[in-house]
Write a protein that binds this ligand. Structure first.
Ligand code: SAH
Length: 209
């Protein structure tokens, strides 16, 4: 089971482990891959995108230090799996996805599991979701050349932004903490590989997409 695997690595937040035990990952992967749903690996979900590796979702969730009262913004809904995990850990989740078919599939999966506190929107998440700001936590599930200014602006004071930044092929996962109106701290959480964050404040959108 995923939670056992995560416990053996450096995931020690009990609420995070409980969330992984509670959310059935097979409901967020294509039916023909259901038997691989509990491998600690990314899997294709269509539209050239992947459901993130559980360990990476867990590192991100743990780094957000959620206690249950927060409003969280997620950029890159994909399958909706990480949004569901965040929905267990926080009060409300707003998740934004740029590919409409993925957003619709994620909404269906989340609805079928009874998540009423996770709201998925189809738009460019590099601009955040200003209507819900400020957020105590923001998780970005796609690699950015640099943290989008819109997301930094929508972070509450004391809030945490976890985002992969760097090149298109590999990134560093960083946690940015907003210390005041103008001060932000940054910590390195390790090497990761994410699909690119495409949009106005991310990588340029290829003309075929
Ligand atoms: N958290 C997801 C991971 C999906 S992969 C899961 O658990 O399944 C990252 C997703 O980010 C892809 O679906 C991709 O389409 C999306 N994405 C890339 N750029 C984006 C942007 N600017 N706004 C919103 N979503 C974006």
């Amino acid at each position: 089971m995923v939670a056992d695997h995560l416990r053996r690595r450096d995931i020690h937040d009990q609420r995070v482990l409980a969330a992984f035990a509670a959310v059935p990952r097979e409901r967020f992967v294509p039916e023909d891959l259901a038997e691989r749903a509990y491998d600690d690996a990314p899997l294709p979900i269509g539209e050239e995108q992947t459901i993130s590796q559980p360990y990476v979702v867990a590192i991100t969730a743990q780094a957000l230090r959620l206690q249950g009262h927060e409003r969280v913004l997620e950029i890159g809904t994909g399958s909706g799996y990480a949004a569901a995990i965040l929905g267990v850990l926080a009060h409300e989740v707003i998740s934004v996805e740029r590919i409409e078919t993925l957003a619709n599939r994620a909404i269906a999966a989340l609805d079928s599991l009874g998540f009423t506190n996770v709201h998925v929107h189809h738009t460019d998440g590099t601009l955040g979701w200003p209507a819900g700001a400020p957020y105590e936590a923001i998780a970005v599930a796609a690699g950015a050349p640099a943290p989008p200014p819109a997301l930094l602006a929508q972070l509450a004071i004391g809030g945490r932004l976890v985002i992969p930044t760097g090149g298109a092929d590999s990134q560093r996962l960083v946690r940015i903490t907003r210390k005041s109106d103008i001060d932000y701290g940054e910590e390195d959480l390790g090497d990761v590989r994410f699909v690119p964050l495409l949009g106005a404040q991310g990588w340029p959108v290829p003309s075929t997409r």
